[in-house]
Design a protein around this ligand. Structure first.
Ligand code: 0RA
Length: 651
């Protein structure tokens, strides 16, 4: 039977037990876990939860489920419960065992077929709940279906007993509890509430009408109740935009939102313009954030540009402009979310988060044109405001191009073109080289003495660097400190594919380390630099080149013995170990350390801890930076004082 005929046959059976394709391979998952879930670190650990929840979301997308409850249990196991149809339990014809067992133990047996559901192939999601089972010390699946409760437990993916009936019920749905295998997740098996909470919130926005509750049974709040949040969005992306842009000032009255289906591709778009100069586009395919964009995003851009351009031309507002308006100009101060559902998504790009399906581009472009044309007709005041913003953007771009060319020219003349303040290293191979961006000239001096000049370079930055979140891009390119960063790093702007992309080919250091004081000011400066990297050099972060140095807070001394401490607890432990009567020096800044101390604690690769910055969730990172660096002072203060400036940037 051909694959297609087989699928037809299976479809007729209406997804019953025998419709589940079974493949072998639980052992393979345990041998090569990264092939299935990306990695076995913090990310992979959290992907287990996403994988289980994905199945419930699938039920919700089919209209069978509207409530999902996830809990982190006291022992760091996870329970995910949904009120969907329940995994079928009847005997699978070919396998001769319960369908539940097949779903849980056969790789690739999702029970649903590529063409009829929006499963992701090739990405990190959609590998099946059986992978989670294979990577769990223990897993229990409970199904409430047709009045009966069924259960089966597994150890490292192997059933401990056949599916059994354990009672009667009025409920319908599936409950899965799993404990990740700590021999696989050797780095940690501790779940981060924050990480799961961000993802559950995102999922609730992306699937309006679906309630997702997250409960942390390891923590109680001031009322003695478990820490818990319920995420529910009546309006979906429209509310997502309000959440993302909560710290920015809108220039139009409403979030522009639409929903349609073109050529069998469901398309949802929401957008707003704000007073900032940044473009914030977020795109999703089957609920997965497509960091690298792709055809849905280019379709959105095309739809937006053609529609606004047409409107602007007809309005005559562009008549006095001396140069052409470009695509970018239509996106300054734009925050938008594009979410599509694609039956067989093709993912491309370095991190496999770029949608390749050609047909999606025109579907999105058409949908956006129709929605926006209507909106502009109906809201002439908003239309005028948007076009005025576009004109300003075009004028600023004109100025920025000149400033950027200056940066470019300086960078290209590499020899002699290096900034005077840079103390370069002697090594020529960039993969071995590090550059420390240091706050202030005095700390810069210490770092310069303390470093290993063979492979470590120092670039002192004067005081607070420009807040790029609030500056127009030509101001950014004119800024001395920022120009120095470009030149020192040897990166240029513009590649063959994309005139604004960062060109890392001539990157002079593969490690770029931000080294600031371990206090509130230092963390502010760190955030300013990170904001600049996030907005203007994201490729550098994505390439894994950006790190944060972690200087110690204390030196504990007794006689000739001395040790450094990074936390208050560590300080107390060392004091106890030394038997009391110790001298404690608190380092208020890098400047208080001498060169040797700085080398020992913070710069020497043998002993230091560098925190690598990666963008785990670009949408959330964007929101956090807009809050930290935006106009609303109170949330920023609170956030920085909680000393969690990078809580949402996984390190
Ligand atoms: C296979 C077939 C059907 C549903 C499911 C799997 C299913 C899996 C999970 C995993 C977590 N929650 C779930 N809910 C459902 C279709 C069943 C039918 O036709 O009734």
């Amino acid at each position: 039977m051909s694959e297609e005929a087989k699928n037809e046959e299976l479809k007729k059976n209406n997804y019953s037990a025998d419709s589940i394709q079974a493949l072998e391979g639980m052992e393979h998952v345990r041998m090569r876990p990264s092939m299935y879930i990306g990695d076995v670190g913090v990310r992979g650990l959290h992907h287990l939860v996403y994988e289980v929840v994905d199945n419930s979301i699938d039920e919700a997308m089919g209209g069978y489920c509207d409530e999902i409850e996830v809990s982190i249990n006291e022992d760091n196991s996870i329970t995910a419960k949904d009120n969907g149809r329940g995994i079928p339990v009847d005997i699978h014809k070919k396998e001769g065992v319960s369908a539940l067992e097949v779903v849980m133990t056969k790789i690739g047996a999702g029970g649903k077929f590529d063409k009829d559901s929006y499963k992701v192939s090739g990405g990190l999601h959609g590998v099946g709940v059986s992978c989670v089972n294979a990577l769990s010390n223990h897993l229990k699946a409970t199904v409430h279906r047709d009045g009966v409760i069924w259960e089966q437990e597994y150890s490292k993916g192997k059933p401990l007993y056949p599916v059994k009936r354990i009672g009667e019920t009025d409920y319908r749905g599936t409950i899965v509890t799993f404990t990740p295998d700590d021999t696989i997740f050797t780095q940690t098996v501790e779940y981060s509430y924050e990480t799961l909470s961000n993802r559950m919130r995102e999922l609730a926005f992306l699937n309006k009408g679906l309630a997702i509750t997250l409960t942390d049974k390891r923590q109680v709040d001031e009322n003695g109740e478990f820490v818990s949040e319920r995420f529910f969005s009546e309006e979906g992306l429209k509310e997502f935009i309000k959440f993302l842009d909560g710290n920015r000032e809108p220039i139009i009255e409403n979030v522009i939102a639409m929903e349609s289906e073109k050529n069998d591709i469901p398309v949802e778009v929401a957008m707003i313009y704000n007073t900032s100069y940044n473009e914030n586009l977020h795109s999703y395919v089957n609920n997965i954030n497509t960091h690298e964009g792709g055809t849905h995003l280019s379709g959105f851009r095309r739809g937006l540009t053609t529609t606004l351009k047409r409107y602007a031309d007809q309005s005559g507002m562009l008549d006095k402009l001396k140069f052409e308006v470009q695509g970018d100009d239509f996106r300054e101060g734009l925050t938008a979310i594009v979410s599509v559902k694609v039956a067989e998504p093709q993912f491309e790009g370095q991190t496999k988060t770029k949608l390749g399906n050609r047909e999606v581009s025109s579907a999105v472009s058409q949908a956006v044109s129709e929605m926006l044309t209507d909106y502009l007709e109906e809201h002439p005041d908003d239309a005028k405001t948007i076009i005025q913003k576009v004109i300003l953007a075009a004028q600023a771009r004109h100025a920025a191009t000149k400033a950027r060319e200056m940066v470019q020219r300086k960078t290209v003349m590499s020899i002699g073109g290096l900034p005077g303040k840079l103390s370069d290293c002697s090594e020529q191979d960039p993969s071995l080289c590090e550059v420390f961006l240091v706050e202030g000239d005095s700390a810069g001096g210490t770092a310069k003495q303390g470093r290993d000049r063979n492979f470590q370079a120092i670039l002192p930055l004067r005081g607070k660097i420009l807040n790029v979140e609030k500056a127009m891009s030509h101001r950014v390119f004119e800024n001395e400190e920022i120009k120095n960063i470009y030149t020192a790093l040897g990166v240029t702007i513009g590649t063959e594919e994309d005139s604004k992309a960062l060109n890392l080919e001539k990157l002079r250091y593969h490690k770029v380390v931000i080294m600031c004081d371990a206090d509130v000011d230092g963390s502010h400066i760190e955030t300013l630099i990170l904001t600049f990297f996030f907005r203007y050099m994201r490729e550098l972060i994505e390439g894994g080149h950006v790190y944060i140095a972690t200087p110690p807070l204390y030196m504990v001394k007794k006689g000739s013995r001395k040790r450094y401490a990074w936390t208050d607890e560590e300080r107390d432990e060392i004091a106890e170990e030394f038997g009391g009567g110790v001298g404690i020096q608190r380092y208020k800044g890098l400047g208080e350390m001498n060169a040797e101390q700085l080398w020992d604690t913070t710069m020497n690769p043998e002993f230091r801890t560098l925190r690598q910055i990666n963008i785990d969730n670009a949408t959330e990172t964007d929101r956090v930076f807009s809050m930290l660096m935006g106009d609303e002072v109170p949330p920023r203060r609170e956030f920085i004082e909680k000393n969690a400036a990078y809580a949402n940037i996984d390190v």
